[in-house]
Design a protein around this ligand. Structure first.
Ligand code: NAP
Length: 479
């Protein structure tokens, strides 16, 4: 980790913050500081903006094949350095090394996918209905972008935005979360090595998000904001983007329902629950937040899930055999503790877990709650921790109504062996994605995103690049 950059990456150079400020990065498994990185302020943001703006015109003219090959090279370098990147991510974020390796592969795949999409940007055209005019449609990069990412998938949330932006011919400023800046800086170094021209990607690490981002959004030179994070911050950034009419993509919070019908295959349902709940220690926007289980199978489902959750090994992500690492920080853990205490006060039974261990690190055990009251706070709050809250239901209409009774609509999970019911229920769920008899939906080749207050736009898939492109229509008379 000694070679990991800790400075700002602006215009292809590594720089200290203009005022010399730095911020600590700590290991959530121990609380120890593992690095200090540059802490950018408004002056650094202006510098990064100037670099992105200056690089834009030439980058837009660069051949799509050249952009594609840079992404492809970066994809290969990331995979070659899987172990190094996984250790870095585990150190700053806490997830077990096996999961971190999985994230490296997932993150790299966005670069491979968009290296393939970069050469398939098509326009179109033809004779207009009046027969007197032609149209020529071309697609152009939207312009310099601001990309803001959260801490929970430090590498993949970056590549999911950087990949399509590079493919489309946009320049960009990446502002990663302050808890996990090292993965983004390592990624910048890899892209530089892969041949990305100076100024195309700029990375500003900062603990002063508002001071850095607001002037960029209001200034009129940044043309696009792509944000992943909480709905509250997304709402604030949408308001800031309104002034200069900045285009926005918003990947926001979720409150995923996980529905198990009486005809479900319970082996599949429990496997799916383990994935949908425990991937990333439950710190995922796709994490199942509310388990609705048909009353006839609820007891068995709860017992089997509690057995599996109770067998997981909790500990530092670097230790062999560990399944569940620490939560990101003390605040994150305190929130989980409060939500569980509230549910228990309202009558929930704790089948397993439910109490944070003493000692250093932000650990919380896998927890299963049954008989959860629907008025509990965790019903309308993202738990963001390893806690499965089980409620029961009696019929299909009722469970759909309850599943949809939330301002969010990112993902839902449905477990049933009936084909008609599977399609009917999936279509009635107000969500952008459905896992049908599976607990995992994320895939770089599929459009990821939500409806309602879970966001605007999609990332990944064939449509992911559209978020970074504009149409230009050229009118040409037929002579
Ligand atoms: P967050 O508090 O909203 O922060 C996300 C990012 O926004 C961080 O980099 C944060 O930096 C920055 N930010 C906060 N206030 C800002 C401001 N005023 N101006 C500019 N940037 C600002 O979310 P988080 O706690 O890091 O991440 C968890 C959330 O992300 C959850 O709600 C989760 O569901 C969501 N998420 C969604 C998806 C998806 O694809 N839909 C994927 C992953 C995560 P600071 O920390 O310095 O404020």
């Amino acid at each position: 980790m000694t070679d990991t950059p800790t400075q700002l990456f602006i215009g292809g150079s590594w720089l200290d913050a203009a005022d010399g400020a730095t911020m600590p990065v700590d290991d959530p498994a121990t609380g120890e500081i593992i690095a200090r990185v540059a802490d950018a302020g408004a002056k650094d943001a202006r510098l990064a903006e100037a670099a992105a703006v200056q690089a834009q015109e030439e980058w837009a003219r660069t051949a799509p094949r050249a952009r594609s090959e840079i992404l492809r090279r970066a994809y290969e370098i990331i995979l070659e350095r899987t172990d190094e990147l996984a250790h870095l991510m585990t150190a700053e974020m806490g997830k077990p090394l096996t999961e971190a390796r999985g994230e490296v592969a997932y993150a790299a795949e966005f670069f491979r996918w968009f290296s393939e999409e970069a050469v398939r940007i098509d326009g179109g055209g033809g004779i207009l209905p009046d027969g007197r005019n032609r149209m020529l449609l071309s697609r152009r990069p939207v312009g310099p972008c601001l990309l803001i990412t959260p801490w929970n998938f430090p590498l993949a949330m970056g590549t999911r935005k950087i990949g399509p932006a590079i493919a489309a011919g946009c320049t960009m400023i990446l502002k990663p979360a302050p808890q996990t800046p090292l993965s983004s800086l390592a990624l910048a170094a890899i892209l530089k090595e892969a041949g990305l021209p100076d100024g195309v990607l700029n990375v500003v690490t900062t603990s002063r998000a508002g001071e850095v981002c607001e002037p960029l959004l209001r200034g009129g030179r940044i043309r696009k904001l792509s944000f992943t994070g909480s709905t509250n911050v997304g709402r604030l950034l949408l308001a800031q983007s309104a002034e200069a009419v900045v285009r926005t993509s918003m990947e926001l919070g979720g409150n995923a329902p996980f529905v198990v019908f009486e005809d479900a295959d319970l082996d599949k349902a429990v496997d799916g629950a383990m994935l949908a709940k425990m991937r990333n220690m439950g710190e995922a926007c796709t994490a199942a937040n509310r388990f609705f289980v048909h009353h006839s199978v609820a007891e068995e489902f709860g017992r089997r899930l509690a057995e599996r959750m109770g067998a997981l090994v909790v500990g530092p992500g670097t230790q062999d055999g560990v399944d569940v690492g620490p939560l990101i920080d003390r605040t994150g853990r305190a929130k989980v503790e409060e939500l569980v205490a509230d549910a228990v006060e309202r009558g929930a039974q704790v089948l397993v877990g439910g109490r944070a261990p003493e000692g250093p690190g932000c650990f919380y055990p896998p927890t299963v709650l049954t008989d959860v009251d629907s008025g509990s706070r965790l019903m309308d709050t993202e738990i963001f921790g390893p806690v499965a809250a089980i409620l029961t239901f009696d019929d299909e209409d009722e469970v759909i109504r309850r599943a949809n009774d939330t301002p969010w609509g990112l993902v839902g999970y449905v477990f049933t062996e009936g084909l008609d019911r599977a399609l009917r229920v999936s279509e009635r769920l107000e969500v952008g994605m459905v896992g049908l008899n599976t607990g995992l939906v994320s895939n770089p080749a599929a459009p990821f995103g939500g409806v309602k207050q879970s966001g605007l736009g999609r990332e990944g898939g064939r449509v992911g690049i559209d978020e970074f492109l504009e149409y230009q229509y050229l009118a040409v008379p037929v002579r």
